[in-house]
Write a new protein. Structure first.
Length: 394
């Protein structure tokens, strides 16, 4: 688990370094707000098509090979980004990163392999903590290395990010053991290695409540992507911020998320159950989105980011734990890949609609929409809690 945490941390750190820079890189190359959000959606669009493949590949051939390919792909994508001098090159770099991004799906399946059901939420929380810690440190590094907002340096942070991903590749290839037992991989191959993506999704959806969890994952991802894809644009218009200020705020949000995912999600899941945590996450996310739409200064914005970070920290870990528990060991990679595909779909639809709403309705519109969606998620979470309780009682 420690090695997996290190690999994910390094890979996600490299990703997080460029997060606060990417919208401003696009704007400097002449992008309009809608193009900025579509650039962010490009990564998820590619991930949407390839996440089920990587999930199934990890079931058939093991988690380690998928992790090696994924983190090596991050190196390539970051090098392309570092030397991009036209908008189409930014799109190409993000597309490559999305195609080769199988690390989250494979790592979730890795955790499912090595944890009991009772400790599954805590294990998934550690993945989330690696993500959150990456976002504690990464945006701060990117913001600091970018230098003067009037003349930002994008090359240095991109090259550093590529170097960190390279270290993660070496650690994975040389030291990380395989977690999937040979008999489990054999059972997965007997279950049908030639299954198409549609059949794979239908097989995963056939497990009780997986469809409901997948829909909930989509809506949570949609709401968060509304914020993620437009926040830099919103901050520039509303607060006259640049990459440095946005990066430092993301550091704060990452710290909050790390506390919830790394230290609180396990005990809370054991006390209240994962489904109730999803309901709590919906309340927090909805409140955070509403507060951003009302923010005109730092105090309200800090409160909004606290709610958003806590909500996504609790919600994602709880949903990942539920979907892995309900799908079975031989199908967990495929089911988690389905969940990742739902999240990726949300991260395609969300930025596209958020960019349209930002330009055509108003800069607060994506956040009002997100808050409304969370009302629906709260209702779905209550239904899910009842169904899981009924299943446990049988």
């Amino acid at each position: 688990m420690r090695l997996l945490f290190l690999v994910l941390f390094l890979d996600l750190l490299s990703f997080a370094i460029i997060v606060p820079l990417l919208p401003f890189m696009a704007l400097d190359l002449g992008a309009e707000p809608q193009e900025v959000t579509l650039l962010i959606a490009t990564f998820s669009a590619m991930q949407l098509f390839f996440a089920p493949f990587w999930g199934r590949a990890s079931d058939l051939w093991g988690r380690k090979p998928v992790l090696v390919i994924s983190v090596a792909g991050s190196v390539l994508a970051l090098l392309l980004l570092a030397f991009a001098d036209a908008l189409w090159m930014l799109f190409a770099a993000r597309a490559v990163a999305g195609v080769l991004n199988g690390n989250i799906t494979a790592s979730q399946a890795y955790v499912a392999d090595i944890t009991s059901e009772e400790n599954r939420a805590r294990g998934m929380g550690l993945i989330g903590a690696a993500f959150a810690l990456g976002f504690v440190i990464g945006p701060g590094i990117g913001a600091t290395l970018s230098g003067d907002p009037a003349d930002p340096d994008y090359l240095t942070p991109c090259l550093l990010a590529a170097a960190l991903a390279g270290v993660a590749t070496l650690v994975t290839a040389l030291f990380l053991p395989e977690s999937s037992a040979p008999e489990t991989r054999a059972a997965a191959r007997r279950a049908g290695p030639s299954e198409g993506r549609l059949r794979l999704w239908l097989a995963a959806l056939s497990f009780p409540n997986v469809a409901l969890i997948t829909l909930t994952m989509f809506l949570v991802g949609y709401t968060f992507s509304n914020m993620e894809s437009t926040f830099a644009l919103w901050a520039e218009v509303r607060l006259d911020w640049g990459p440095r200020q946005v990066g430092y705020l993301f550091v704060y949000a990452g710290l909050v998320a790390a506390v919830f995912q790394g230290g609180l999600v396990g005990p809370l899941a054991r006390r209240f159950g994962e489904a109730r945590l999803v309901a709590a996450a919906a309340v927090l996310l909805g409140l955070g989105m509403a507060l951003i739409s009302l923010s005109h200064g730092l105090p309200t914005l800090l409160a909004a980011m606290f709610c958003l970070a806590a909500g996504i920290g609790l919600g994602n870990s709880a949903l990942q734990s539920l979907i892995s528990r309900l799908s079975g060991a031989a199908r967990s990679g495929g089911a988690l890949g389905l969940g990742q595909a739902a999240n990726s779909t949300a991260r395609v639809v969300g930025p596209a609609t958020a960019g349209f709403a930002f330009e055509r309705i108003g800069i607060g519109a994506p956040y009002v929409i997100g808050a409304a969606v969370m009302v629906a998620v709260f209702g779905l979470a209550l239904v899910l809690a009842r169904r899981v309780a009924e299943r446990t009682a049988r």
